[in-house]
Design a protein around this ligand. Structure first.
Ligand SMILES: [Fe+2]
Length: 247
């Protein structure tokens, strides 16, 4: 029996980034997630390492506090919803130090020594710089998941580079918005091909609000169920996220 769907990339925690504005909105977003079949959420507020350690410490404390508040509320309404705190790390020279200090959060850690982290870059980053950043993470003992991999210019249809990253242990996450009707539809075919060809390990909502970037897992899953192989979907929807969440 499946434990419900997973959403391991979203901005649902209140008041800590450009996502949910307050606790009320966060609870509405969680409700939308619940209705779309999600039962496991890793919250991933943006973590942008600033120059001052003090500022980072404050940001980290605010996130922990917001997480505890949401957890308490959620237990009253949806006691079967499992919640964890992670981060979407914007890569910079300082980010490893933030991870090592525990101010920035990993997504999970398993007994094979994998410490999963979710990371993003400027979308116009050069592939050489992305690879350098990835190897810095890896040499420090972290296993990167690249957030919304479909957005990077340097990876677009660059299958050799994607292969190389994958072989080094990188995981790729894609946003569900690619599979909805509307502005992102021109990208649909490319994204679907990435999934069909086994490039994508995870799909997530990257929820920011209730309208334009909303919890839309159900819609994406309905589309992908019609268009892809069940075995691939089983991995993307359950096995891979569970290996991270339950680690
Ligand atoms: Fe995000």
């Amino acid at each position: 029996m499946e434990k419900g769907l997973y959403d391991i990339h979203n901005h649902i925690l209140p008041g800590v980034d450009d996502g949910s504005e307050d606790l009320k909105m966060s609870m509405e977003l969680i409700d939308m997630e619940y209705k779309s079949g999600v039962r496991n959420i890793i919250f991933t507020p943006h973590y942008i390492a600033r120059s001052m350690v003090e500022k980072c410490r404050k940001m980290s404390d605010d996130m922990e506090e917001a997480f505890e508040k949401v957890k308490r509320e959620c237990e009253k309404i949806h006691p079967d919803m499992r919640l964890k705190l992670g981060n979407e790390l914007f890569y910079s020279d300082r980010i490893i130090e933030e991870l090592n200090s525990g101010r920035a959060h990993i997504m999970g850690k398993n007994d094979k020594g994998n410490r999963y982290i979710l990371t993003e870059f400027n979308t116009d980053i050069r592939h050489q710089d992305m690879k350098k950043a990835i190897s810095r993470y890896q040499m420090s003992g972290y296993r990167p998941i690249i957030a919304h991999v479909e957005r990077y210019d340097c990876l677009y249809k660059e299958y050799d580079i994607m292969d190389e990253l994958k072989e080094s242990g990188v995981m790729f996450q894609m946003n569900t918005e690619n599979f909805l009707e509307g502005i992102f539809s021109s990208n649909k075919k490319y994204c679907l091909n990435l999934i069909r060809n086994g490039y994508i390990e995870l799909i997530s909502t990257d929820t920011h609000n209730k309208t334009t970037r909303r919890p839309d897992m159900e819609e994406a899953v309905a589309y992908l169920s019609k268009k892809t192989d069940g075995k691939i979907l089983q991995k993307i929807l359950y096995e891979n996220p569970s290996a991270i969440f339950d680690s």
